[in-house]
Ligand binder design. Sequence first.
Ligand code: MCF
Ligand code: FE
Length: 406
Amino acid sequence: MKIVKTEYIVVCDAGFSVLKDRAVAFSTKIEKIAPFYELKAEYPDAEQFEFGKGSVLMPGLINLHTHLEYSANLSTLVYGDFIDWLQSVITHRDTLADSCSEVCIDDALKSMLKSGTTTIGAISSFGKDLKSCAKSQMNVIYFNEVLGSAPNAVDAMYMDFLDRYEKSKEYESERFIPAIAVHAPYSTHRVLVNKVLAFAKEEGAFISTHFMESRYEREWLDNGGGRFGEFLKRFNPHAAPVNEPIEYLELFEGVKTLFVHGCYANDKELDLMERIGMIAHSPRSNRLLGNRRLEIEMLKNFALVTDGLSSNYSLSLWDEMRAAIMLHQKAPLPKLFKSLLLASTHYPAKLYKLNKGSVEVGKDSDLAVYHFDDIDEKNLAQTLLLHANEPKTLYIAGQEVKVLLL
Ligand code: MCF
Ligand code: FE
């Protein structure tokens, strides 16, 4: 048992409560929140940690969408336009994945821990990140990716996916949850989507999919035209869309799904995605790949994600929150600060019913302590948003994470 006392606790519950002069007693789960002296009397054998003035305790951050296998990308992939980027991915994806060794993936995971992230969703295209994710101290939802638009390749692509999924099942634990990512409606044939979703339902697996990320995806799925058409017809002159947008979304009905991007989704699609699951928002990835701003003001809530280093320059959700402030110029700031903090903690936990994302009795003890030289309680969310980078101490399931000392 440990007792941690900080000046403030940013609970990250739906009402954005802030506690002052309270301490938290926890083992793997949070046992009690009360004044420090009470907890010391109740748990005399607990290790005690008293952080002074300017200290803030909050839940570890949850980043449900990243692509670790692309972490070697510094200048290989072309930014500015989605089709140019996709072409560069297709040209370089094997060499990029080969140049990201286990060390490179471990470093990416460490950088996320160092920025206070305690749970991630890792989209795995090849299975090269399996060992690193399975042995990491981080909580990992490991999304085995499936894609393939050619009808005659459906069985082969499904078998390849199944093989990776089964391998990931060998490492299943409280920390490591095998899951499934259907790449996108333009790249995954509906027969393959159906097959994988039937399997996901049997398994009760978590699901994620990219949806309506670019204007090219919109044009292609709506009328089989635009630059996506030209692009795909180079590989197959008879190429035609393999999904209809609404029908595609309806296939996910009944499975908790994270829909990633949605920048070009219409109102009906946004509603449907929010009913079935939740939308993931990645402002830096969208900007770098030439995609328009997601209208977050239209959403009930959303999960903030960094995407991979294939479309970003850091895997820190703090950096992502700060970018979101700049992208959503018209959003009133005090409200945006709070909703971005919840989009990095409480909301993503809610989608998959993870017992995480807030500092409340009974929740998993994934906790981060930050320190600021000067704090005004009225501006706590603002101070975190603008100045938090690395926690002083991080706990996952009640254990201190040593990577912060490296
Ligand atoms: O989220 C970004 C942009 N949208 C789509 N895909 C990816 C992203 N970062 C990496 N990817 C991967 C995706 O998992 O790129 C490939 C897929 O394997 C594109 S399709 C050959
Ligand atoms: Fe992505």
